[in-house]
Every structure is written in structure tokens, then in C-alpha cells.
Design a protein around this ligand. Structure first.
Ligand SMILES: [Zn+2]
Length: 103
């Protein structure tokens, strides 16, 4: 357990900066103390690239989910209009037959 200068217990956090990706540290009101040792140079190059790739894939997935929801909504609306079309066609046929029978 690490204490801050103010006496409170510091909170463990994870850095996601390009220079310290995934490196844990203790922090509280401006106090910072690293928990993990410094990262090797190769890690500081590879990990941000992997994080960017993951973020891009997440953004693409969110677009796909939004597109899917929009298409689903259009499908429901089209079903509604088709249903209404069928109902009105039936009503027209019924009205037509009543007029014919009334003659
Ligand atoms: Zn503090």
C-alpha cells in the first residue's frame, strides 16, 4: 500500500501513454510513483501500434452495430407499411364487393 503526500492511500492506475503503455503506477492528488519498471524501447513502439489497431477495430465494430440497428429499424418500418398496404387492399376489396352486391 502506497500513501500519498496528503496521507491518503494512493490509487493504482495504468498509464496508456505512448511512452509508458500498460505501465502501472500509484497516484493521488498529483503524487505519482511507478509500480512497474520502465518499458523497453521496443515495447514502447509495439504496444501503441497494437492499441491503435484495437481501437480502429472497435470503431469499425461500433459502425457495424450502428448500421445493423439502422437497417433493422428500416426493416420494421417497411414491414409496417407492407402490413398497412395489405390491410387497406383487403378493405378496398371488401368495399368493392359490398358495392357490387348492393347493385
Ligand atoms: Zn493525496
Amino acid at each position: 500500500m502506497v500513501r500519498c503526500h496528503c496521507g491518503a492511500q494512493a490509487v493504482m492506475k495504468t498509464s496508456w501513454t505512448n511512452t509508458n503503455p500498460g505501465r502501472r503506477f500509484w497516484a493521488h492528488c498529483g503524487f505519482i510513483e511507478w509500480l512497474d519498471p520502465p518499458m523497453c524501447h521496443r515495447s514502447t513502439i509495439i504496444i501503441p501500434g497494437l492499441l491503435n489497431r484495437i481501437n480502429n477495430q472497435r470503431a469499425q465494430m461500433e459502425e457495424v452495430v450502428e448500421d445493423r440497428a439502422r437497417i433493422k429499424k428500416y426493416l420494421y418500418v417497411s414491414w409496417f407499411f407492407f402490413f398497412m398496404f395489405v390491410v387497406f387492399k383487403k378493405m378496398d376489396r371488401f368495399r368493392c364487393c359490398n358495392e357490387v352486391s348492393g347493385l
